[in-house]
Design a protein around this ligand. Structure first.
Ligand SMILES: [Zn+2]
Ligand SMILES: [Zn+2]
Length: 381
């Protein structure tokens, strides 16, 4: 098999990785660049956009830096991704009123998909996107494992994943997002939950959590902390829609202590299918509310009915977003409204030890680093 990294090697995000034999040509991920400027023109990859020159595209998870170009690929190229990922992305697109994607088939843990003479086996892994997969490609007696984005500090047992992966691969295409953070050791989601409980217990006013609505593990962490502190968990409609699309054990308004609310009155009809709470209810209920930086005017109007003094805003995202103008305005305004701001976050990406353990398990003859700004780490380790 030949490997061509079209993009995403010495940078974080924008992955486009080609695996080919004489007969078959597939892509693993078709991501947008994290630098918006670079997305103004499509990458120059023959047979991807204007004709169906590839036999299939596999998307490891729904983050834009892996999935984003799937909307533009030629309609005759079959697309594969996780079923729950698809539900999340279709729900998100419907909420935003934009066109969506329709995969030809779904990735399932250890269910092999054969395209021409390449067999692709997905392995469910933990990441800040729900339903993420590593992808094992096999052809001509050769094996290549692509990690996508992954971590060992989530709620899915990393040991179990390691034990299921092959004990030997020829090539490992491995992400290394955190390797440029010297000495970084990832806090686990469970440790984060304990930290949140301690902070929540110390807070008498309202609690707000600024986090991604599609970071499902973080929704679970913050919900559990809220529950342990006897607070109701409030999800704005967008998060309620995403969480309900997955359902099951994922906190959503079907839970007796989770409520949906809206910030845009035009969305009222969509809200009525959920257990909901308005500002009057919030004024007499201890709560943890998930918020976004676009919700500033809603919070300002809420502060007229709910006393924000002694309240808390938990910043639970990558610290780099704080530099964005809208985010820094939001944080400043929250502080002015009397909220104490703290950061409680952990990465969706493997730390060095987690990557070492993967390498030890699959014992690759060659490693190809991607999604990193410190590829040299793999030589020196
Ligand atoms: Zn990524
Ligand atoms: Zn990702």
């Amino acid at each position: 098999m030949n490997i061509t990294i079209h993009r995403g090697q010495n940078q974080i995000g924008g992955n486009i990785i080609e695996i080919s034999t004489d007969e078959t040509k597939i892509l693993l991920d078709v991501g947008l660049d994290l630098d918006e400027e670079k997305n103004k023109v499509l990458p120059n990859i023959k047979g991807l956009f204007d004709e169906a020159g590839y036999d299939a595209v596999f998307v490891s998870h729904y983050h834009g830096d892996h999935l984003g170009l799937a909307y533009q690929i030629h309609k005759d190229i079959p697309l594969f991704m996780g079923e729950k990922s698809t539900k999340i992305i279709q729900t998100s697109d419907a909420y935003k009123g934009v066109p969506t994607i329709s995969p030809k088939g779904f990735l399932e843990h250890k269910k092999k998909i054969v395209i021409g003479d390449i067999a692709v086996t997905p392995y469910l892994c933990d990441h800040s996107a729900f339903d993420s997969y590593m992808l094992l490609c096999e052809a001509d007696g050769e094996s290549i494992l692509y990690t996508g984005d992954f971590r060992g500090n989530g709620r899915k047992p990393y040991d179990r994943l390691l034990s299921e992966l092959p004990a030997k691969v020829d090539k490992l295409i491995c992400e290394g997002t955190t390797l440029s953070r010297n000495g970084y050791v990832a806090v686990t989601e469970r440790e984060l939950e304990e930290q949140a409980v301690a902070e929540f217990r110390n807070t008498r006013g309202p609690i707000f959590v600024l986090q991604s609505s599609t970071n499902i593990d973080r929704i679970v962490t913050m919900y559990r902390a809220a529950k342990r502190c006897g607070r109701k968990f409030l999800q704005e409609l967008y998060m309620a829609e995403v969480a309900s699309a997955i359902g099951g054990s994922i906190p959503n308004p079907a839970f007796s202590d989770v409520y949906a609310f809206i910030t845009n009155p035009d969305r009222y009809d969509a809200l009525t299918k959920y257990r909901r709470m308005g500002k009057e209810g919030m004024a007499k209920t201890p709560f943890v509310m998930c918020v976004r930086s676009t919700m500033l005017s809603y919070l300002q109007s809420l502060s007229k009915m709910v006393d924000f003094e002694g309240g808390l805003l938990v910043y639970s995202m990558w610290s780099g977003y704080q530099q964005q103008p809208r985010m820094s305005r939001f944080l400043k305004a929250c502080e002015e409204m009397g909220l104490r701001i703290i950061a409680l976050h952990t990465s969706g990406h493997a730390d060095a030890e987690t990557i070492q353990r993967l390498i030890a398990r699959v014992n690759p003859s060659e490693i190809i680093p991607v999604h990193t700004e410190n590829a040299q780490w793999f030589d020196k380790r």
